[in-house]
Each structure stands twice: as structure tokens, then as C-alpha cells.
Design a binder for this molecule. Structure first.
Ligand code: ADP
Ligand code: MG
Length: 493
């Protein structure tokens, strides 16, 4: 069954688990550096490896970042909470358990306002945000799929073992209807932006700093009980999240229509085909034998600390959008285009550097975007906000018109220097030199007696026919307004 039909026939419910790696200097429970890259098994200590006799110590910065995330999502911060051992055997978990939080998360019950591309706001209910540590990384060698099945041998790298994570789990998200896939992706994007605004993570999806598991189930109607869910693991881009949800909805609808049951299981998403395939069965009662971690004392973040962190929260992306919309007086649509194009910060910085909002928007979304598109780059990769502000300033000072400014911009993009330097080096400044302008006007009048006749006869549009030669003679640097004044003075005066 196609997604479009499936979504008409069934009511989808989604649930999303997001893991974010925190950008602390060291790991969550030991002093090993928390850095990306480096040779395998270089960023490790005996604690990262769970060697006998090693003991964990909580990373205060990790707790601070987790609280900040909880506060930004509107959660209650626990007065006391414990770490727990989640026991399972897998070679990338050297201790045989993952230090996590179970029934005592540091943050619970919040919500995230998610804006969809057309401006619709969806409120996603958050069940919990808890702290845990990342596992190491297995590499399965010799098989066709890169998975353990069929591999000759496996390598394990513990650099990532113990890296601080916060896992954010939503309540089941209902009522999205046909927009389920879009909501899922937009929610994770919103979280990504929040992590960046908080400065708790670089939050690079492509580096696996942010990973999402997407749960999907279908039911006959919005008042029916929840159906059986599948959990598609580690989907690593916004587009993949959307595709995975769409695929699961279509797949489950096909099975349900045939009278079959959905198996509760984890699934893998395949980038190339856009399909998911069966992973392992997973029940709600999977027995991880959670028990309180006896080597770590319970955590009791003081209310003073929590309130300090709350007071110091930066402006979050949604608030910032609302504030700038009011200040800049753009339309909702203009604002959305800017956000979707990833130009909000650039325009904000350009305005801070002195440009009018309308001018900043015009150049970033116009000529800069066009040049960036040609170079297959993002606009912010080809010029800085300071340069755009500089260009706008030269226009405001009357030194450049739009056409000359475009030439200057292309010089800036080509690395010829700052706008004023390019203007001077290329000799692009509007000609203030009245002598040169007068000469060009006289020349144009002398060469076009028929046009002059028309103007004398009151046909003002005919002036346009003289502007071409004047611009040509001045290499586009004539001030059009002044040229017009001069023409009229010569002909009528
Ligand atoms: P697990 O241990 O299986 O990962 P979690 O509680 O961490 O369980 O996450 C389960 C996710 O699935 C949550 O986001 C939850 O809201 C969501 N969920 C639970 N039941 C359903 C359902 N029937 N359909 C869709 N999502 C669901
Ligand atoms: Mg989970």
C-alpha cells in the first residue's frame, strides 16, 4: 500500500528517542578526553574499559548540560535522582552494563514547540530526558552488509565508550495525521537547534552527535487504543527520519490490511532503498535487570543551581524567531524562507553590523544566494555578515547602485578583498565627477537628435533611450537620477 493511501486508512502514532552527545571536555564518568577523531582506543582510561578496580566519578559539566536541556524543554528537574546499571552483554559495552538512568531521570515532563515548513506549530510532549553514557563502536569486517551476521571478525574501538549522552524520549505523539513523517523530522531538527543554542553539543547529525530512534504504530481511528509499534534505530538525517516514518506507515498498513499482526521489534533503515528491515524482537518488558549504580551517589542538584542555570538560559530558537519577526517586520512567509534557507543568523549579524533588515534580507536571499547556488555552497560559506553589511553601507552612502554592488559582491566572493577595497580596486564607485557625467550626457544628446525631439515634445519615457549610451560611456557608474536631471536641464534649459 502506498503511504498516501495508508495515511487515509489508519491513524499514525509516533514516538521519538533522541540521543545527543554532550560536548564536555571529558567523558561522563572518567577523565578520558571526549574528542572526535584520533586513532582507535586512544581516548580511554581503565574506567572507560571497566577494568577491575576502576571507579566512576560524575562529570559535573555533563550534569549541568543535562539540566540545561531539561530546562529548555520545559521539564521538571528532579530534586534527587540516581544512576542505574542497564545490564546487557555486547562487546562495545566493556562493563557488561551501561550506566544510565531508569525510573529516576534528571528531567521529566516537558514539551517542545515544533514549527513545520508552512508555519503550523505542533506541540510535542516530552516524557523524560535522562543521562547515560555512549557505548564503544564495533566494526564488523568481511561480511557483505557491515553487520555482524556474515562477518569474519569484529573490531571494537572504545573511544566513544563513556561519552556523555542525554536521551530525550517523547510521549506517544498523536493527532499528526498525514503529517506524521514531517513532524518527526521537524521535531528532531528543533532539538538540534536547541542543543546548538544551548551550546551543549555541536549537534552534527552527520557525525552522529545526534541520533534518533523512531517508533511508529498505526490504529484504526484516533479513539482506538495504541497499536503495536516498531522502533527504527539510529536514523541519522532529517530526510532519513521522514523517509523511515513514511516507509513504516506504508509497510504496517499493508500488513494490517492483510489481517496480519505487527511484530514489536527494532528495525534498521537503509539509506539506498529507503526501506526498513527487521532487527531484533523487543518487548516492553525486556529485562535489563536495572538496578541502582552502587558506585555513584545519588545526584541532588540544588535548587539554587537549577535556578541559576534557568536564569542563564540563552534565547531559544523559537523565541528568537518570534522576537526578530517583531523587530524586522517581515511577513511570516519571508521569515520562514529565511529560516528554511538557514539565513537567520547571517541576517541577524548583518543587521547588528548596521544594515537595515530589509536590505540585509534582500542581499542574502538575492544575489548572495544566487552566487552561492552557482558555487554549490551555502551563502554563509561565500561571504561574511560583515561583508554584506559593508556592501549595504556603500549603497546607503550613495557610492554604489545595485548593479555596481553586484559587481563588487562578485569581487568579494572571488576573494579580492572587502567591499570598499574591491570597489576601489575595480574602480566601481558611482561617478561623482560631474564633468565626466556631463560629457556623457552631451555626447548622448548630440548622437540622438530624434530622441531629443521626442523629449521636447513631452515624451518623458524617451529619456530611457539616452540612459543606455550614458551608462555605457560611464561603465555603469553614472548616478541615474543625476543623469536624468542633467538631460532635462540641457534639453529644456
Ligand atoms: P524503549 O525502551 O523501547 O526504547 P522508550 O520508553 O525509551 O522505550 O521509548 C519508546 C518510545 O516509543 C517513546 O517515545 C514512546 O512514546 C513511544 N511509543 C510507545 N508506544 C508507542 C506506540 N504504540 N506507537 C508509537 N510510539 C510509541
Ligand atoms: Mg529507549
Amino acid at each position: 500500500m502506498k503511504y498516501e493511501d495508508a495515511i487515509k486508512r489508519y491513524d499514525p502514532v509516533i514516538g521519538i528517542e533522541v540521543h545527543v552527545e554532550l560536548g564536555t571536555a571529558t567523558k561522563m564518568f572518567d577523565a578520558a578526553p571526549n574528542t572526535f577523531g584520533g586513532g582507535p582506543n586512544t581516548n580511554i582510561t581503565p574506567t572507560s574499559l571497566g577494568l577491575p578496580g576502576s571507579l566512576p566519578v560524575v562529570n559535573e559539566k555533563g550534569v549541568e548540560y543535562a539540566i540545561k536541556i531539561g530546562l529548555a524543554l520545559g521539564c521538571e528537574i528532579a530534586e534527587t535522582c540516581r544512576f542505574a546499571r542497564k545490564n546487557y552483554f555486547y562487546p562495545d559495552v566493556p562493563k557488561d552494563f551501561q550506566t544510565s538512568q531508569s525510573d529516576e531521570p534528571i528531567a521529566a515532563e516537558g514539551q517542545v514547540e515544533v514549527e513545520l515548513e508552512d508555519g503550523t506549530i505542533v506541540t510535542v510532549p516530552v516524557e523524560r530526558a535522562h543521562m547515560e553514557e555512549d557505548a564503544g563502536k564495533n566494526t564488523h569486517v568481511g561480511g557483505a552488509t557491515g553487520r555482524i551476521h556474515g562477518a569474519d571478525h569484529s573490531l571494537v574501538d572504545y573511544n566513544r565508550a563513556g561519552v556523555p549522552l542525554v536521551e530525550i524520549v517523547t510521549h506517544p505523539i498523536t493527532g499528526t495525521g498525514e503529517r506524521a513523517a514531517e513532524v518527526a523530522a521537524a521535531y528532531v531538527r528543533t532539538l538540534r537547534d536547541i542543543f546548538r543554542a544551548l551550546g551543549v553539543s555541536e549537534a552534527r547529525m552527520e557525525q552522529g552527535n545526534v541520533r534518533a530512534d523512531v517508533n511508529v504504530s498505526l490504529r484504526e481511528s484516533p479513539d482506538a487504543p495504541l497499536g503495536t509499534r516498531t522502533e527504527t534505530k539510529n536514523v541519522n538525517s532529517f530526510r532519513s527520519i521522514e523517509r523511515a516514518v513514511r516507509f513504516e506507515i506504508a509497510r504496517q498498513a499493508t500488513l494490517l490490511d492483510a489481517g496480519e499482526k505487527i511484530v514489536q521489534e527494532t528495525r534498521h533503515f537503509h539509506e539506498e532503498s529507503g526501506e526498513t528491515s527487521s532487527g531484533r524482537p523487543k518487548s516492553d518488558a525486556d529485562d535489563y535487570r536495572y538496578f541502582p549504580e552502587p558506585d555513584l551517589v545519588p545526584l541532588q542538584p540544588s535548587r539554587e543551581w537549577v535556578e541559576q542555570l534557568r536564569a542563564a538560559l540563552p534565547e531559544l530558537p523559537a523565541q528568537k524567531r518570534r522576537r526578530l519577526l517583531g523587530e524586522w517586520k517581515f511577513s511570516d512567509l519571508e521569515m520562514r524562507d529565511i529560516v528554511n534557507a538557514g539565513l537567520l543568523e547571517a541576517i541577524e549579524d548583518t543587521v547588528t553590523a548596521g544594515a537595515k533588515p530589509s536590505a540585509a534580507r534582500k542581499w542574502w536571499t538575492g544575489e548572495v544566494a544566487r552566487l552561492a547556488n552557482q558555487a554549490e555552497k551555502h551563502p554563509t560559506e561565500i561571504v561574511t555578515s560583515g561583508q554584506v553589511a559593508g556592501l549595504v553601507e556603500l549603497i546607503d552612502q550613495g557610492k554604489l547602485n545595485d548593479k555596481l554592488a553586484k559587481d563588487v559582491l562578485s569581487g568579494v566572493v572571488a576573494g579580492e578583498g572587502e567591499p570598499a577595497e574591491v570597489m576601489n580596486a575595480r574602480g566601481l564607485e558611482i561617478v561623482e565627477d560631474t564633468g565626466a557625467l556631463e560629457a556623457a550626457v552631451d555626447e548622448a544628446i548630440a548622437a540622438n537628435p530624434d530622441v531629443v525631439e521626442k523629449i521636447r515634445g513631452g515624451k518623458m519615457q524617451a529619456i530611457g533611450a539616452l540612459m543606455g549610451p550614458i551608462m555605457k560611456a560611464t561603465k555603469g557608474q553614472a548616478d541615474a537620477g543625476k543623469a536624468k536631471e542633467l538631460i532635462l536641464a540641457r534639453i529644456n534649459g
